[in-house]
Design a protein around this ligand. Structure first.
Ligand code: GTP
Ligand code: MG
Length: 193
């Protein structure tokens, strides 16, 4: 898809603030710092539209980015950030569950995991929760530029064996630095729009 328009429409914390123009939504989930906001910037070729940071916990709200007046990317705050208080974590849970369980516009969940490490306990819980609710996430293995070709293959094997998606093509190796996986990711997205 050629992106000609991309803008943030709202930073929401609750259902009453979601956009009402009824466009399909692609949601980005994953641990803090895994590269959700960078993924959006890479796909739409805008360096700073979605705010990124080397410090985990940058994205705190659900940010709705409208693309080409055709769909939204919904950038979620990350999970698994140790410095977050219990109260904050609960707030996160309510906010995310409210979206994932009720949002009819949602057409695809992308679950981002770090290709350099085993999926964390939180990644597994998130993945299982999503499949339990029939959401059938596609997994994006980020930061692939930081590991060798051999380790990239091992990472995909590992993710496939740990999270157990239905097919291998449900795991996409990705790098915001080299743009590896960008075309595959677009293909999946366009298939759902
Ligand atoms: P939160 O908003 O805190 O949940 O994080 P996030 O998942 O949105 O991560 P973000 O996109 O802000 O990226 C975190 C850090 O990782 C930044 O310093 C990015 O530049 C870096 N980063 C993200 N993707 C890649 C990648 O593919 N390769 C490399 N080398 N660095 C990346
Ligand atoms: Mg972010």
């Amino acid at each position: 898809m050629k992106v000609t328009q991309a803008e943030i429409v709202i930073s929401a914390v609750q259902q009453s603030q979601y956009p009402e123009d009824n466009l399909p939504e692609i949601v980005l989930l994953g641990r803090s710092n895994v590269g959700k906001s960078s993924f959006i910037n890479t796909l739409i070729q805008r360096k700073g539209l979605a705010r990124t940071s080397s410090q985990p916990g940058k994205t705190q709200t659900m940010n709705f980015y409208k693309i080409n007046d055709a769909f939204y990317f919904v950038d979620m705050p990350g999970y698994g950030y140790a410095k977050v208080s219990k109260k904050e974590r609960e707030k996160w849970g309510v906010m995310i569950e409210e979206y994932l369980q009720k949002r009819e516009n949602m057409v695809l969940v992308l679950l981002l995991v770090d290709s350099r490490h085993e999926p964390t306990e939180d990644d597994r819980l998130m993945y299982d929760w999503l499949t339990y609710y029939g959401l059938d996430p596609v997994i994006i293995a980020t930061k692939a530029d930081k590991i060798s070709k051999v380790r990239q293959k091992k990472a995909v094997d590992n993710i496939f064996n740990t999270l157990r998606p239905r097919k291998r093509s449900d795991v996409i190796l990705f790098s915001a630095a080299t743009k590896m996986g960008k075309d595959e990711a677009w293909e999946v997205i366009e298939g759902r729009l």
